[in-house]
Design a protein around this ligand. Sequence first.
Ligand code: SAH
Ligand code: SF4
Length: 381
Amino acid sequence: MTPATAPNPLRKTDAPHLLALPPEELEHRLGEHMTTRGQPRYRVQQVREWIYEHLAEDFQEMTNLPQEEREALARSFRLAGPEAHTISRSSDGTAKHLWRMADGELIESVLIPSGDRLTLCLSSQAGCAMGCTFCATGWGGFARQLTPDEIVAQYRGSLRWALEHDYGAITNVVFMGMGEPLANRKAVHPALTILNSGFGLGARRITVSTVGVVPGILELAARPEQFGLALSLHSPDEELRAELIPLEKRFPLSDLLNALRKFRDAGGRRITFEYIMIRGINDGEELARPLGEMARELEAFVNLIPFNPIPYQDWQPSTPKRVEAFRATLEAMGVSAAVREPRGRDIDAACGQLRANALVQLEDGSGSRPRARAGGGARSQ
Ligand code: SAH
Ligand code: SF4
């Protein structure tokens, strides 16, 4: 591993990162670059193909470009991604990457194979400022926003790994790793464009998961592409929801539902409700009915997720019997609901978990911890 004091090659320049540019802008910038160098126009197309089709991480991979053109590109642009700090593979095929950013921050992304799907769950922030009480990332606090290239590089790096390890291509992307994507819209909007119109992943195969940032939902509704939206609902009751999700006080459920109506009315879009089931907290039968009514009105699909215990409090997952009864109530109301299988338990699949473990490892002296983080910083943000 590179010592923390070594100059970081990713940091040596402020040159634009080619994974951070929406495809049209990428072509424009490359066009200017090639014209200045007296290069033919088709070089732009060649570089574009290396990026989006061959998933190049280094200009030296671009073997149909003359050596001096590769070097000129490397002087004007960046292309490298974060280093894969750890890759853990579960017995069920789930594979988790822990990425180390240029400044030492750690984030994670997870590949989840299921039938003929391969879903990538990626991170939008290092840490999270939302402070949800059930979430390991929330307890860890917020470190910083990710840049568009840091988001898209998780896709490129994971896809390279998946193809090398016979997982096939990534069919779906969900923003359900670390962070609140709609609290980092400046980076998430371009990242969505780049995944969709650069890498060619269909908008309906990309889902943004939010804890309920209303202006962000409205912005997504206003985009022409039909990206999917998952709302982390976790309770149909405002009071209980506010105990689980501090943001509920800022964007109450009533406002949230109005935003979701607008999102649905924008046409052809999918809404999913995510509902973590915590024993004795939010799994009562009396909550299944109002949840079912909300889902029915918005034609939302409900994902029931057994709570994954985290180190910071003693909540437990709902019993399988309770989860099934909850699901049956929803189905009886005509709402489609599924129980999400816990995946990758043996590699710590809970949100933020792997990174938390890696930080403990680093603190033990098995590596250099990049920066001190105030414990429970999320609580005060
Ligand atoms: N901030 C966004 C997206 C990232 S959270 C959001 O909250 O929607 C990713 C997913 O992990 C969310 O569905 C969240 O509810 C879930 N999650 C967080 N902590 C969990 C836990 N302890 N057990 C099970 N799922 C958890
Ligand atoms: Fe942030 Fe989502 Fe975790 Fe809440 S559940 S703390 S919004 S990552």
